[in-house]
Design a protein around this ligand. Structure first.
Ligand SMILES: *Cc1c(COP(=O)(O)O)cnc(C)c1O
Length: 794
C-alpha cells in the first residue's frame, strides 16, 4: 500500500492531468490539479476494491446492505489519502509540482447529500464497515442538489441551491449497465389467479458507484447512488415538429425524482415526491440485491443467510412490502414464506421520538402511488393481527386512514435498534411499547463517529501528539486512547496538549477574521454550538445565556471575566420560521455585542454561514467547550457531542441522548451537567405556569427578556422579537426558561474551571483519553454481532 514513491505518484498525477483532463501543466488550474490528484489517488483504491469484491464472491460471505436516504459525506480527497497512508506523500508530490496541497483539498465541494446527524452517521458507518472488513453496500440517491447553501442577509437565513455536481465528481464510476425500472401508480390486474401490478409511470434508476476505502486500505466497499433517468426515449417526432419543450418533457419529469434532497430532518410533510423518492431508492436497491443474490445460484429461501438489509430510519421502510412483492409477484414465493424471509433479512434503526418526525402516509396517497404495496401492507397488518391476537385495537400499521411507517418497519424487522442507551430505552417504553410486548426485538446500538476523519484528519496537531505518546494503531483501536490517562498528570504532556489546542484556535481565529470579519483572541474560551437549528436543540437557551453575560459585563466591566467566544453554526429548515427567527436573533446579538466598546474581548459572538462537514472539521478541533443542551428526552443520540469529546472539548450538557454515556465514560468531574432529566420534563411541563414561574424566579432571565423585548438588539425594528419573547413566557414547550438558571450556574462553573488552566487541560485531555467507546468501529461491530449476524472478511 505504501510502496508507492513520490516520483511515481507525481508521474501518475501528470499522466492524469495530460490524458484524463487534457491539460498542459503550465495552463492547469487548481481544479485541474485537484482532478488529476483525485484520479491518481482513486487509482490506488481500485485494486483493494476489486480484491474485496472478489473475496466476498469467492467465500460466499454474507453482505450488509445499508439503505439510507442520506449520506452526508463531505470531502473525500484528504480522507482517501489518509486511509491509503498517502497523505504526506501526496502533499510532497503536489509541493514538487508547485501546488499547495491544503488549497487543493479545500477546493473540493462537500458532497452534502444529507441534512445532519442521520446522514453523517451513514457516512461514518460506510467508512467503519470498510475499516473492520464488513462486506457492505451503501444504497442512496445521487441528488443533483444536496442540502441548500446558507447565507445571511442582514442576519436572516437565505437559502441558495447547492451545486456540487456542476463540477466533475472524480470519485464515482457511472454504471449505465446497472439500471432498473421503477414503477409508480397504475392499477392491478388479475392474471391466472394472481394479482399483477401494471404501473402507470416508470423511471429508470441508474447506478453510480463510489468506492469507500477503509483504514490502511485493507478493505473497500461500494456506495451505490441511484440517479433517475427517463424510460422513454427522446421524442424525435415532437422535436421535429418544433415542440422542443414537450420533446424533452419525459426526461425532465424523470429527473425531478433525484433532483433535490428534502431539507428538513425533524418534520415531514406527506409530499408525493418524497414518497416516490423513498420507493425509488428502495426498489432499485432491492432489485439490485436480488439480482446479485440469484447470480450466486442460491435458493431464495436462503436469502437471510447471505443478505442483511438495514433501514436507516423509516425512510426506506417500504423495503418490507417491496421485498415481499418481488418475492411473491416476480419469483412466485408464497406470501407467508416471503414474510418470513423478508423479516429475517431486515433491520430498522429508529432515530427519533419526535412525533412530528414519524412518517405516516395518507392511505389515499400511498394507495395511489403504490397500489400493489397498499394491498400488501393491508395483508401484513392482517397477518400480524391474527398472529398476535392480544394486539390492542389501537395498535397497527393502517389506522385512521394512514399508513404508519414506524409500525410497518418494526413489524417487518427481526431487530429494531435505538441509537443511544437512553433513546433505546424510551423507544421500548414509550414509542413501540405494545409491539415490544408482543414480540421483543428492540436493542441498543449507541452511535459513533469515525476517528479517521474526526480526529486523525481534522486535528493533525492532536493526532500527532497521540501518535508520539502511544505509537501507531490507535486509529483503528480507539480504546487505546485510554493509554493517555497516565500522561494526564504529566506537565510536559499537558503543555503539549494545550499547545495543540492553541494551534487549532489560532488557525480558527484567522479564519474567523477572514470570513466573518470579527477579531477574536485565541486566549478566550471557544464555546461552540454547531448542529441543525431546532427548538429542541435549544440554541435559544445558549443565546439567552449570552445576553445575560453581556448584561453582566456591562454592569460590571471591571470584574475579572474569563473571555469567551460564542460560536454558533447550523442551518434551519427553509420552512421552519421559529428556528429562522432564532438565527436572526443570534446574528442581531452578535452585531451589538461585537461592536460594544465596553465589552471588548470579554465576549464575542460569531456565526459563520453554511455549517457543513468541512466547517465542522475546522471548528471542532478548536473548541474548548461542547454545547449539548437539548431538552432531555428529545435528542436521540447526537454524534457532534462525540466529535467534540474526541478532540478534547469538555461538554456542557443535559442528560440526553449519548451525553448520558459520555458522562459515564468521562466522569462527572469532567462534564458540566445541568438541567431537567427526561423523567422530570413531563411533570414540569404539566404545570401550566412552568415558564412564568421560572422567569419570575430569575432576575437575570427577566432582564434578558426585557432587553430583547425593548429592541436592544434590533433598534431599527424594536418589535422584531415580541413574538419570540411572548413564546418564552407562554408556550415554552422546550423548557428554556425552566433550565435557564441551571445552565447559567453550569456556565459559571465552566468559567471557574477554565480560569485554572492546569485543571482545564486535564479535563480536556481526559475527554480525549476516554472517548474510545465512541468510535463508529465499535458501533459497527455491535450491529454485525447483534443485528446482521455477519463476521469480518479480513
Ligand atoms: C456531526 C454532524 C452533525 C450532527 O451533529 P449533532 O450535534 O449530533 O446534531 C450535523 N451536521 C454536520 C455537518 C455534522 O458533521
Amino acid at each position: 500500500m505504501t510502496d508507492l514513491t513520490a516520483p511515481q505518484l507525481k508521474a501518475d498525477i501528470l499522466r492524469h492531468l495530460t490524458y484524463t483532463l487534457g491539460k498542459d501543466a503550465p495552463h492547469a488550474s487548481r481544479y485541474d490539479w485537484r482532478m488529476a490528484l483525485s484520479f491518481a489517488i482513486r487509482d490506488r483504491i481500485v485494486e483493494p476494491w476489486f480484491a474485496s469484491t472478489r473475496k466476498t464472491w469467492e467465500t460466499g460471505h454474507k453482505r450488509v446492505y445499508y439503505l439510507s436516504m442520506e449520506f452526508l459525506i463531505g470531502r473525500l480527497l484528504e480522507d482517501a489519502t489518509i486511509n491509503l497512508g498517502l497523505r504526506d506523500l501526496a502533499e510532497a508530490a503536489m509541493g514538487d509540482l508547485g501546488q499547495d496541497f491544503r488549497a487543493i483539498v479545500e477546493d473540493e465541494p462537500d458532497a452534502a447529500l444529507g441534512n445532519g446527524g442521520l446522514g453523517r452517521l451513514a457516512a461514518c458507518f460506510m467508512e467503519s464497515m470498510a475499516t473492520v472488513g464488513c462486506p457492505a453496500y451503501g444504497y442512496g440517491i445521487r441528488y443533483e442538489h444536496g442540502l441548500f447553501r446558507q447565507r445571511f442577509e442582514q442576519g436572516r437565513q437565505v437559502e441558495a441551491p447547492e451545486d456540487w455536481l456542476t463540477q466533475r465528481h472524480p470519485w464515482e464510476f457511472e454504471r449505465p449497465e446497472a439500471a432498473y425500472t421503477i414503477g409508480f401508480k397504475g392499477h392491478l390486474e388479475t392474471r391466472a389467479g394472481r394479482e399483477v401490478w401494471v404501473p402507470g409511470e416508470t423511471v429508470l434508476a441508474e447506478a453510480y458507484d463510489t468506492p469507500v476505502i477503509g483504514w490502511q486500505g485493507k478493505w473497500a466497499n461500494t456506495l451505490r447512488l441511484w440517479s433517475a433517468k427517463s424510460t422513454t426515449l427522446f421524442d424525435l417526432d415532437r422535436f421535429n415538429r418544433g415542440d422542443y419543450a414537450a420533446a424533452a418533457e419525459p426526461e425532465a419529469l424523470a429527473r425531478t425524482l433525484s433532483r433535490v434532497l428534502y431539507p428538513d430532518d425533524t418534520t415531514y410533510q406527506g409530499k408525493e415526491l418524497r414518497l416516490k423518492q423513498e420507493f425509488f431508492l428502495t426498489s432499485a436497491a432491492l432489485q439490485d440485491i436480488l439480482r446479485r443474490f440469484t447470480a450466486g445460484g442460491h435458493a431464495l429461501r436462503d436469502l437471510p443467510k447471505h443478505v442483511a438489509i438495514q433501514m436507516n430510519d423509516t425512510h426506506p421502510a417500504i423495503a418490507g412490502p417491496e421485498l415481499i412483492r418481488l418475492l411473491v409477484d416476480d419469483h412466485g414465493m408464497e406470501f407467508s414464506d416471503a414474510m418470513e424471509t423478508a423479516r429475517a433479512c431486515l433491520g430498522y434503526t429508529n432515530h427519533t421520538l419526535l412525533p412530528e418526525a414519524l412518517e405516516r402516509w395518507a392511505t389515499y396517497t400511498f394507495g395511489n402511488i403504490l397500489p400493489r404495496h397498499m394491498q400488501i401492507v393491508e395483508r401484513i397488518d392482517g397477518w400480524h393481527r391474527e398472529t398476535y391476537p392480544s394486539r390492542p385495537h389501537w395498535v397497527g400499521i393502517v389506522k385512521h386512514h394512514e399508513v404508519r411507517m414506524g409500525e410497518l418497519a418494526v413489524i417487518m424487522s427481526h431487530k429494531v435498534n435505538g441509537v443511544s442507551a437512553l433513546h433505546s430505552d424510551l423507544v421500548k417504553k414509550n414509542l413501540f411499547s405494545e409491539l415490544e410486548a408482543l414480540h421483543p426485538r428492540i436493542v441498543n446500538q449507541t452511535n459513533g463517529v469515525t476517528p479517521r476523519r474526526w480526529l486523525k484528519m481534522c486535528n493533525r496537531p492532536l493526532a500527532g501528539l497521540i501518535t508520539e505518546t502511544l505509537g501507531d494503531g490507535w486509529e483503528s483501536d480507539l480504546d487505546r486512547l485510554r493509554g493517555l490517562e497516565p500522561h494526564v498528570g504529566d506537565k510536559g504532556f499537558l503543555k503539549a496538549f494545550g499547545a495543540a489546542k492553541r494551534q487549532n484556535k489560532v488557525a480558527l481565529a484567522g479564519w474567523i477574521k477572514d470570513h466573518c470579519g470579527v477579531s477574536v483572541s485565541a486566549d478566550a474560551l471557544f464555546d461552540v454550538q454547531v448542529k441543525r437549528v431546532h427548538e429542541y436543540k435549544r440554541q435559544l437557551l445558549n443565546i439567552l445565556d449570552t445576553i445575560a453575560r453581556y448584561h453582566d459585563i456591562r454592569q460590571n466591566p471591571g470584574a475579572t471575566w474569563v473571555p469567551r467566544v460564542k460560536i454558533f453554526g447550523g442551518k434551519a429548515a427553509p420552512g421552519y420560521a421559529v428556528a429562522k427567527e432564532i438565527i436572526h436573533l443570534i446574528n442581531d446579538v452578535a452585531q451589538v455585542v461585537n461592536n460594544d466598546p465596553v465589552v471588548g474581548d470579554r465576549l464575542k459572538v460569531v456565526y459563520p454561514e453554511n455549517y457543513n462537514v468541512s466547517l465542522a472539521e475546522r471548528l471542532i478541533p478548536a473548541a474548548d467547550l461542547s454545547e449539548q443542551i437539548s431538552t432531555a428526552g428529545k435528542e436521540a443520540s447526537g454524534t457532534g457531542n462525540m466529535k467534540f469529546m474526541m478532540n478534547g472539548a469538555p461538554t456542557i450538557g443535559t442528560l440526553d441522548g449519548a451525553n448520558v454515556e459520555i458522562l459515564q465514560e468521562v466522569g462527572a468531574e469532567n462534564f458540566f451537567l445541568f438541567g431537567l432529566t427526561a423523567e422530570e420534563v413531563g411533570p414540569r411541563r404539566a404545570n401550566p405556569d412552568h415558564a412564568r414561574d421560572a422567569i419570575l424566579a430569575s432576575q437575570s432571565l427577566q432582564d434578558v427578556l426585557q432587553m430583547i423585548a425593548e429592541g436592544r438588539f434590533s433598534p431599527e425594528d424594536p418589535g422584531r422579537y415580541h413574538q419570540l419573547v411572548h413564546r418564552v413566557w407562554h408556550h415554552d414547550y422546550f423548557l428554556v426558561a425552566s433550565d435557564f438558571e441551571a445552565y447559567r450556574t453550569a456556565q459559571a462553573e465552566v468559567d471557574r474551571a477554565y480560569a485554572d488552566q492546569a485543571r482545564w487541560l486535564k479535563m480536556a485531555a481526559l475527554n480525549t483519553a476516554r472517548s474510545g467507546f465512541f468510535s463508529s468501529d465499535r458501533t459497527i461491530r455491535g450491529y454485525m454481532k447483534d443485528i446482521w449476524n455477519v463476521t469480518s472478511a479480513l
